[in-house]
Design a protein around this ligand. Structure first.
Ligand SMILES: [Zn+2]
Length: 405
């Protein structure tokens, strides 16, 4: 136990008073074999980070491998703590993170005993928290909500100002790679930059990108960025891939449960886990995911995401359809994308063509095709933001899942 981390002895005895109702636990984790015990084999806590905004703070603990943990909330003073099993803290890191945002006072981490690192969140005032471990990246993610939650859900369509565009992948992660060597990360960055250029002409919008160059950004940091900027919309841009070379077309996703094999496959790929693992986790943690989704419904975020998805999807399909033959409308779909977990604003993920299809890869390599896609995404966002009455009709037209053009 490290004195400098400021732990109190009563933390040890407080394991019985966990507030089950106030947290939703999403275990997208690997349970590691507990046989290892030498200090070299322990999971290392590599970094502590936080993103803060009005009513919301995300804390991310970077790890050398996914970890098993227990959680607790105790009073006097009010704090949450997480005991990470079979772990040790890196000597390199800063163990106390001052936050002071009205939700959290500080985040602390320390070697609690030989095999346990304890992460403590000193609370100011919170409504609820959610904690999950992501499979693809070794991270413990703790989302903490203050009391302002769910404010501002009225008239979302009329209050769009800050828009976060999220070009997928980057850096060491190329995303999907086409048969002729085209990288998803390059295509989606170019499209996102073009969307920014187009939307920036409208002075009422503030356009932010999760990345504007070829760098890797972990999935949890993308949503955290959007939340911390109090963004009104989040649009993740990707290109699709399939083992079937003939697969082609445009589809737009929102975060929701699905039984559709193809949608699960797309989410697994974007989440950087195997299809098998994805299905195992969906089965194992169905009730936790259901709780998160009912949160979304309660906050109206899902209805707004459906609307946004329909405008974006409809706009891409109609714009490309006016300029190219045989553009296939795969419709608006549901799947569990990590990058949309915890987003506090209407959020969608667009798959703007199949890079695995040689003909669509060829189109994606053309400046003009990417320009059309960017213009279409910008138009879809603009239509959503302007809340024009004719949009209702358009939404109805495109709402059917898997609609063929
Ligand atoms: Zn992708």
């Amino acid at each position: 136990m490290r004195e400098d981390a400021g732990y109190r002895m009563q933390d040890i005895h407080a394991s019985c008073i966990l507030h089950h109702t106030s947290c939703i636990l999403l275990f997208f984790l690997i349970i590691l074999s507990p046989v290892i015990s030498s200090s070299e084999d322990r999971i290392e806590v590599l970094d502590l980070k936080h993103w803060t905004s009005k009513g919301y703070t995300r804390v991310v603990v970077d790890l050398s491998a996914p970890v098993e943990f227990s959680k607790n909330r105790i009073a006097n003073p009010d704090r949450l703590y997480f005991d990470l099993k079979n772990s040790r803290i890196s000597k390199e890191i800063k163990t106390t993170l001052p936050v002071g945002d009205g939700i959290l006072k500080t985040v602390r981490a320390g070697q609690f005993n030989q095999d346990t690192v304890r992460v403590v969140l000193d609370l100011e005032e919170i409504k609820e928290f959610k904690v999950f471990v992501l499979e693809d990246t070794a991270k413990l993610v703790i989302d903490v909500y203050g009391h302002e939650k769910a404010a501002n859900t009225h008239d979302l369509a009329y209050a769009v100002k800050t828009i976060v565009l999220d070009p997928g992948h980057g850096g060491h992660d190329p995303g999907a790679v086409g048969p002729n060597g085209l990288y998803e990360k390059d295509i989606v960055l170019d499209v996102a930059l073009k969307v920014r250029t187009i939307l920036s002409k409208n002075k009422k919008f503030k356009i932010l990108l999760t990345r504007d160059k070829d760098v890797f950004i972990p999935l949890v940091e993308r949503t955290a960025f959007a939340n911390s900027k109090n963004a009104d919309l989040f649009i993740s841009i990707h290109v699709n891939a399939s083992p079937k070379k003939t697969a082609r077309g445009i589809e737009t996703y929102l975060l929701n449960w699905t039984n559709d094999e193809e949608s699960i496959r797309v989410a697994a790929r974007e989440n950087a886990i195997s299809l098998k693992k994805m299905k195992e986790q969906m089965k194992k943690y169905k009730s936790d995911v259901d709780m998160m989704l009912s949160d979304l419904r309660r906050d109206l975020k899902r209805d707004e995401s459906i609307k946004l998805a329909n405008y974006v999807q409809g706009s891409i399909v109609s714009t490309l359809g006016e300029n190219y033959n045989d553009i296939k409308n795969l419709g608006v779909k549901n799947a569990l994308f990590y990058v949309l977990f915890g987003a506090r604003m209407p959020s969608v993920l667009a798959e703007v063509s199949f890079i695995s299809n040689p003909a669509e890869e060829n189109l994606l390599s053309k400046e003009s095709y990417r320009e059309y896609i960017a213009q279409a995404i910008a138009d879809g966002i603009d239509t959503y933001a302007s809340g024009a009455p004719q949009m209702q009709k358009m939404a109805g037209r495109h709402i059917s899942v898997g609609a063929e053009k």
